[in-house]
Design a protein around this ligand. Structure first.
Ligand code: MN
Length: 329
C-alpha cells in the first residue's frame, strides 16, 4: 500500500462540510479502499451503564459533529494524518442491546475481523465504557500486555454492580484479572468522582494503577502530568481510553455520569497532544450520550478527541514491509 496515496476525507472546499456522507470526518467507508491502517469503529452499546443510559447514540452523534473537523492538516501535531495512513470508517458493530455478555462477544469478534492479521488499528467510538474490555482483549492477543492510559472521572475498577461483573464501572478490574494489562504501566487521569469506600482506592492501587486526580493537574501542570504518564508507560504498547466525562460537565454535559471539577477542553487536548510519539496501538472515546447534550458541545469534543487519537496513531505508522508488499502485489 505504500505505493498508493491514501484516499482522504471528502474535500471541504468542494463539498461543504454540512453536506456529503455521514461517515466520521467524511472519511471513506471501509469497503471503498483495498486496505487501511486505521479504522474508526462505532460501538452503539450502552447496556453496561449504571446511571443515565444513552451512549448507544454516541457513534451517530460523534459522526454528525465530526463534519465540522478539517482533517487534512493537524496544526498542533504538525502532520497530515490522512496522507500518512489510510483511515476509514468501518461503520457500527451490530450488537444486541439485551445481553451484556453476548454484546461483548459480538464486539470482540467484530473488532478482530476488522483488524485482521495485519497491523490495522482501531479507534472506537462508544458506547459506554464496557466496550473497552473486548477491545483490550483483542489488543492483548496481538500485542501482548497493554499499558492503559485512561482518561476518566471514575476509576472503573469496581468489582460488580448489582452482581453484574461486566459493566462500564468494572471493565478495568476485569482487564487486570484477565492479565490484559502490562504490570505497573497503567494510569488513570482526571479522576474525581465520589467512591463507595476508601477500599476502592486500595483495590485500584493493588491492580497496579497509578492515579493523576483532576485536581493534581493544577499542581503538576500539563508538563508534569505528561512526564508522569510517559515515564509510566515507557515503550509498552499503549491503549488510550478516553471517557468523555473526564471533561467538566461545562465542556461535556452529554454523558451518563457527569462529575463537576473536570478538565477543560483545552486541558484535555493539550494533554493528549503531548503524548505524541508513544506506541499507541488503539484507543476509544466513550460515554458520549447525545440526548443530554446541548448544541453538540459533547459530540464536538468527542469528535475532536477522536481525530486527535487518529492523528497520534498516524504518527506511529505500524505498517510492516510484508503487508506493504502484499497490498501492492
Ligand atoms: Mn468510564
Amino acid at each position: 500500500m505504500s505505493d498508493h496515496k491514501p484516499l482522504g476525507a471528502l474535500e471541504a472546499t468542494v463539498v461543504p462540510r454540512f453536506a456529503g456522507p455521514g461517515t466520521f470526518a467524511r472519511l471513506p467507508l471501509i469497503d471503498a479502499v483495498p486496505d487501511y491502517d486505521i479504522a474508526v469503529l462505532g460501538v452503539p452499546f450502552d447496556g453496561g451503564t449504571s446511571y443515565r443510559p444513552g451512549a448507544r447514540f454516541g457513534p451517530m452523534g460523534i459522526r454528525q459533529a465530526s463534519r465540522h473537523l478539517r482533517p487534512r492538516f493537524h496544526v498542533e501535531l504538525d502532520t497530515a494524518p490522512l496522507e500518512t495512513v489510510q483511515v476509514v470508517d468501518a461503520g457500527d458493530v451490530p450488537c444486541t442491546p439485551y445481553s451484556i455478555d453476548e454484546a461483548v462477544g459480538q464486539i470482540e469478534r467484530f473488532a478482530r475481523e476488522v483488524v485482521g492479521q495485519g497491523d490495522r488499528r482501531l479507534v472506537t467510538l462508544g458506547g459506554d465504557h464496557t466496550v473497552a474490555l473486548p477491545m483490550l482483549r483483542a489488543a492483548r492477543d496481538k500485542y501482548g500486555p497493554i499499558a492503559l492510559i485512561h482518561f476518566d472521572a471514575h476509576l472503573d475498577t469496581w468489582d460488580t454492580y448489582f452482581k453484574a461483573p461486566t459493566t462500564h464501572g468494572t471493565v478495568f478490574r476485569r482487564a487486570f484479572e484477565e492479565g490484559l494489562l502490562a504490570e505497573e504501566k497503567s494510569i488513570h487521569i482526571g479522576i474525581r468522582g465520589p467512591i463507595y469506600d476508601r477500599l476502592d482506592l486500595i483495590d485500584d492501587a493493588s491492580f497496579g494503577f497509578r492515579i493523576i486526580r483532576a485536581g493534581d493537574l493544577d499542581v503538576l501542570g500539563i508538563g508534569g502530568a505528561v512526564d508522569i504518564v510517559r515515564q509510566r508507560v515507557g515503550d509498552a504498547p499503549v491503549y488510550l481510553s478516553i471517557d468523555i466525562d473526564v471533561l467538566d460537565p461545562a465542556f461535556a454535559p452529554g454523558t451518563g455520569t457527569p462529575e463537576m471539577g473536570g478538565f477543560t477542553g483545552r486541558e484535555l487536548l493539550h494533554l493528549l497532544r503531548r503524548l505524541d510519539g508513544l506506541n499507541i496501538i488503539g484507543g476509544d472515546v466513550v460515554e458520549t450520550a447525545p440526548a443530554y447534550d446541548n448544541a453538540e458541545i459533547t459530540c464536538l469534543a468527542a469528535a475532536t478527541v477522536a481525530f486527535d487519537l487518529i492523528t497520534l496513531m498516524s504518527k506511529t505508522n505500524m505498517r510492516t514491509p510484508d503487508r506493504s508488499a502484499a497490498a501492492t502485489a
